[in-house]
Design a protein around this ligand. Structure first.
Ligand SMILES: Nc1ncnc2c1ncn2[C@@H]1O[C@H](COP(=O)(O)OP(=O)(O)O)[C@@H](O)[C@H]1O
Ligand SMILES: [Mg+2]
Length: 298
């Protein structure tokens, strides 16, 4: 390997695989408008293999819009979106999946009354035998689901149990293991711990760490700086659609991250409250209301 990482001969051929340090996913000055609502603007984000990129921000900050772009649900309207260093423009989530980008949403696409193993293979069932005698290969599906769940450190007593009987944390974990099994290189988790208690959140954080250990690039959306700091390698804080902070783990403490989040939440809440009051011109308010309203008065 030479200095510029292009291989032993230094020649850059059209088919040369991306150098090892090329990010899996990269957004450069990316943005998205819904009609004339600008939900996201000028956002840079990098997702690397074996790293957890946390995206934080209050409600309405643009977190969901951001991951909808990456997962193929929405197209960006500004800037660049690259996968393995190549510009892409996805039309559907299928396009993203084909590139190994999988999103696990909070309202999971699981069928509560179906057994765990069946949910694991939902939409991608294994079959055996030649057509027209082809049948579901139940034994192989159970065995594979069991093996994949164990590889992620998830041990369930009975894969026949309906997915609806699992805890919220366990359901997230089944969805994560499923995405990994079906070839995800980039795993996007939208607020996976938001509805969970402390213990269940810990379970999910453990699997986020497990996914990272397996070399996936993880995008972890959360509004909880404590959860983010437990597993994150990089932190990006969105506020009102723009990147308010982008910091590597070594460059920021949990206290600083928490301060950024708390400040943002207060400001957004205050602006929202004030917007309900007639006669208040929001644009005339100072950018940083911290000095205007001393602690305890907001
Ligand atoms: N489909 C849409 N049409 C119009 N505006 C939208 C749409 N989706 C989101 N928005 C707006 O974009 C902004 C960012 O929303 P969103 O990405 O959902 O934020 P978050 O996930 O951080 O709460 C909000 O002001 C929201 O009202
Ligand atoms: Mg959201």
């Amino acid at each position: 390997m030479n200095d510029n990482g292009t291989g032993t001969h230094g020649a850059v051929l059209p088919d040369t695989p991306a150098p090892r340090d090329t990010p899996l996913v990269e957004l450069r000055r990316a943005g998205k408008s819904y009609g004339n609502v600008r939900a996201l603007h000028g956002v840079d984000l990098t997702v690397r293999a074996g790293r957890v990129t946390c995206v934080l921000g209050d409600n309405g900050a643009g977190k969901s819009t951001l991951i909808k772009i990456i997962s193929g649900l929405h197209r960006h309207t500004e800037g660049d979106f690259l996968v393995d260093g190549r510009p892409v423009r996805f039309g559907t989530p299928r396009d993203a999946l084909d590139q190994g980008i999988a999103a696990v949403y909070q309202d999971l696409a699981t069928v509560p009354l179906m057994p765990v193993w069946r949910n694991f293979f939902l939409g991608s069932e294994l079959t055996r035998g030649p057509w027209p005698l082809r049948r579901l290969d139940i034994a192989r599906m159970k065995e594979t689901a069991d093996r994949e769940l164990r590889r992620m450190g998830i041990v369930l007593d009975d894969l026949e149990q309906p997915v609806g009987t699992l805890s919220g944390g366990q359901r997230q974990c089944v969805a994560i293991a499923r995405a990994v099994h079906f070839g995800a290189r980039v795993l996007i988790l939208d607020e996976p711990t938001a509805a969970l208690g402390v213990k269940q959140s810990g379970v999910v954080l453990k699997y986020i760490a497990a996914a990272r250990e397996r070399g996936l690039g993880v995008v972890f959306i959360t509004h909880n700086p404590h959860h983010a700091y437990m597993v994150g390698d990089h932190f990006s804080v969105l506020r009102l659609g723009t990147l308010e902070l982008s910091a590597a783990r070594g460059d920021i403490t949990l206290e600083q991250l928490t301060d950024h989040m708390a400040g943002g939440a207060e400001l957004a809440t205050l602006k929202h409250e004030l917007s309900q009051v007639r006669g208040v011109e929001l644009d005339a308010l100072p950018e940083d209301l911290g000095d205007t309203f001393p602690e305890g008065t907001t």
